[in-house]
Design a protein around this ligand. Structure first.
Ligand code: 4AD
Ligand code: MG
Length: 443
């Protein structure tokens, strides 16, 4: 009978001990009569031993990394003290390199092109090869699991997933970062956020969310700005600002709980971020005005090199320093209306500020932006005028206030920023499959 074909990695649940595997040669080394191959297939790694004659064939003697192999053999526990992924190794009795499966060796070997010393720009051009590496593939596997966890949490909360359009004719977060393009005979933009569309779903679907791409024509190179990023957005009906903050705290902690419950994912997260701990609830909540005082007490200046004053944007560097010093998640709330988006609800107790929140994480800074939404028709009309946007283009958003309005709010997670925090990556670029940012649109 044919042995069971299995994926590499965790081999629990495999019935027999004789198995058939496929994978690429990740590493190989010779020791006396034997050849040890670390085989990789995207599910994990397996140590394979070729003994005796099997280690002396032409194929074995000329084996190059990244070559695909089919191998049959006996799975055995490794002796105590010996090292092998999952504590098992495969003693091969047959293997085959099918025609065309051999990877280029020599100067063309990917290991010669992609190493720790390779220039940053070259690594980005060779992203399609870099993702075969251990760090990049762990991040992408974590990314898959965490996105799944978000979906699961939203389902637990009975939120419904929708898929708003990416090609739009309205801005959400200011005109300066819009990607404009010719849409047949009209001007259109790549969406900056699906928020306005999510708001239109509340009356028919209840609480909603989406996981879509957002686009920002950011013209600077920073470690946390992309031109295309994955935006996890939620919108909740009939809530207060405090409900919104509690909800965000729950979503973050529950997503982490679900992700860490998978032993492989937990291991990968700890490999990348050994000190990682699920944050304690409740998160620190800090008003913008208190942050301004905090920054001044710690002599962290504003963008002009002067003490911070009410109305200043807190720049990326200052925000990150504050978050790193406090070293725990912060809900920074109640930003002044002038520095925030037009749609944000004012705080009834102090109308200079809005019911807005940024969630800040150590190492990254802002990973979420959210707020209560202006739900009064007249207030919204005044906000359009102040922002200089034409109400005509926003008729569908305005109608939301006309045909039965409600107190509601929502938020957007920058998924790559969340992952950069979780996986302790210096830049969000390393959490993307193929990052898009100022000056890069390949591979
Ligand atoms: O703070 P932002 O601009 O808020 C919004 O777009 C809201 N309309 C979302 C909502 O309420 N539904 O963006 C939300 C988050 C930021 O906190 C950040 O994490 C991420 O999106 N983000 C970016 N991530 C990578 N590259 C960029 N250029 C980003 N711009 C925003
Ligand atoms: Mg923001």
């Amino acid at each position: 009978t044919n042995p069971e074909k299995i994926k590499l990695g965790n081999s629990e649940g495999v019935k027999g001990t004789r198995v058939r595997v496929f994978g690429r040669v990740h590493r190989e080394r010779r020791q006396k009569e034997n050849m040890f191959i670390t085989l990789r297939d995207g599910y994990g790694q397996m140590q394979v031993i070729l003994q005796g004659q099997l280690a002396k064939t032409y194929d074995a003697l000329t084996l190059t990394r990244e070559t695909s192999m089919e191998i049959l053999g006996e799975l055995k526990e490794v002796p105590a003290g010996a090292h092998a992924p999952n504590g098992r190794e495969l003693h091969a009795d047959f293997y085959k390199i099918h025609p065309g499966w051999r990877a280029a060796g020599g100067d063309d070997a990917i290991t010669n092109r992609v190493s720790k010393d390779t220039e940053h720009a070259t690594l980005l051009d060779l992203r399609h090869l870099v993702i075969r590496g251990e760090t990049a593939s762990k991040i992408l596997i974590i990314r898959d699991a965490v996105e799944f966890a978000f979906n699961q949490v939203f389902k637990e909360l009975r939120m419904r997933k929708v898929s708003p359009p990416a090609l739009v004719q309205t801005q959400v977060e200011g005109g300066s970062t819009l990607f404009k393009f010719q849409y047949y005979n009209e001007e259109a933009f790549l969406t900056q956020s699906s928020q306005l569309y999510l708001e239109t779903c509340l009356p028919s679907l209840g609480d909603v969310y989406c996981i879509e791409k957002s686009f920002r024509a950011e013209k600077s190179l920073t470690r946390r700005h992309l031109a295309e990023y994955t935006h996890i957005e939620g919108e909740l009906d009939y809530i207060t600002f405090n409900d919104l903050l509690d909800h965000l705290e729950h979503v973050i902690c529950r997503v982490l709980e679900i992700s860490m419950a998978d032993p492989t994912i937990k291991q990968y997260i700890l490999d990348l971020n050994p000190e990682f701990q699920t944050p304690e609830r409740p998160f620190k909540r800090m008003k913008y005005t208190d942050a301004i005082d905090w920054l001044n007490e710690h002599s962290i200046p504003n963008e002009d090199g002067e003490p911070h004053k009410f109305g200043d944007d807190i720049a990326e560097a200052a925000e990150r320093r504050m978050t790193d010093i406090i070293n725990r998640p912060i809900f920074l709330t109640h930003f002044p209306a002038e520095i925030k988006a037009f749609y944000m609800q004012k705080d009834p107790e102090d109308t200079r500020v809005t019911e807005s929140v940024d969630c800040l994480m150590p190492g990254v800074g802002e990973i979420i932006g959210g707020s209560m939404r202006m739900y009064d028709y007249d207030e919204l009309m005044a906000a359009y005028a102040k922002e200089g946007i034409s109400p005509a283009d926003y008729y569908w958003y305005t109608d939301q206030r006309k045909y039965g309005t409600s107190p509601h709010g929502g938020y957007g997670f920058g998924f790559e920023r969340f992952l950069a925090w979780l996986c302790k990556q210096h830049t969000v670029r390393d959490t993307c499959l193929y990052p898009r940012y100022f000056g890069r649109c390949k591979p």
